[in-house]
Design a protein around this ligand. Structure first.
Ligand code: FES
Length: 92
């Protein structure tokens, strides 16, 4: 398998080779790999890529998958004014 051709995070276009290089450089947890490569920050918020990267990290480092802490999800937010949630009783 050519790690230069295997995409592990489709949302952020991250290759398996990028993840393997990060692990070689000493990144040993999902949070730091996320911050370095932006994996898990795409539209799926890591639903597809983080389990794959966790398996790669576990296999490469010898850590157990249940030892790896998944990064907290921070969905993209934008402020919404309260007027959109309240009604004055009038339709329209
Ligand atoms: S596949 Fe990585 S954030 Fe969606």
């Amino acid at each position: 398998m050519d790690s230069e051709k295997v995409i592990v995070c489709r949302c952020e276009d991250v290759l398996l080779s990028d993840v393997l290089r990060a692990i070689e450089r000493g990144y040993r947890d999902l949070e730091s790999i996320k911050r370095l490569l932006r994996v898990g920050m795409g539209s799926c918020q890591g639903r597809h890529c983080l389990p794959i990267i966790a398996r790669v990290l576990a296999k490469t480092t010898g850590l157990r998958i249940d030892e790896l802490n998944y990064p907290s999800s921070r969905p993209p937010l934008m402020p919404i004014q309260l007027k959109y949630f309240v009604s004055d009783g009038n339709e329209g």
